[in-house]
Ligand binder design. Structure first.
Ligand SMILES: [Zn+2]
Length: 174
């Protein structure tokens, strides 16, 4: 039992309860696939290879959300052996992850992310990606940061063989 001053401190700590999570995802880029990034279809001569729509940014955000809740990773929740997830729209996966956040009594404070790809230029699509993600996780675009970088022609990203996304999310009790 918590009494007196300790009770007040307990209440403050409980209200201040935050959880942080990080996620990273990789996909190959191949001909004959659509390129989905951040829930937006981007015109390109290659697309990301994967069991779902292979949206590298949404997958990194999903992993960050699941990580913040210590609930494993996207492969545990949506196995690539399950035909239910074949070519699935990753916006549905992010919604399912966000539903877990709500069910645990949390909300997302903000998301920060970085995309690493050599081509195409994605700057014209970033605001649409922010809008798409923000609408799924009940944030404003000002709370969904999406940064992008090339790797200066270095490595598999530089050779346009694949792309990578990193994401960090902060949760707080509702
Ligand atoms: Zn993925």
């Amino acid at each position: 039992m918590i009494i007196g001053q300790n009770a007040d401190i307990y209440i403050i700590l409980k209200k201040m309860s935050y959880r942080i999570g990080s996620g990273v995802d990789f996909h190959q880029l191949v001909a004959g696939r659509d390129l989905w990034i951040g829930g937006v279809k981007i015109p390109h001569d290659k697309g990301a290879l994967g069991h779902s729509d292979a949206d590298v940014l949404l997958h990194a955000v999903c992993d960050a959300v699941l990580g913040a809740l210590a609930l494993g990773d996207i492969g545990v929740h949506f196995p690539d052996t399950d035909m239910a997830y074949k070519n699935i729209d990753s916006k549905i996966l992010l919604k399912k992850c966000f539903d877990l956040v709500s069910a645990k009594g949390y909300r997302i404070i903000n998301i920060d992310s970085t995309l690493c790809l050599q081509a195409p230029k994605i700057k014209p699509y970033i605001f649409q990606m922010q809008q798409t993600i923000a609408s799924i996780v009940e944030l404003t675009t000002g709370d969904v940061s999406i940064k992008a970088t090339t790797t200066e022609q270095l490595g598999f990203v530089g050779r346009e063989e694949g792309l990578v996304a990193y994401a960090t999310v902060l949760l707080a009790l509702k």
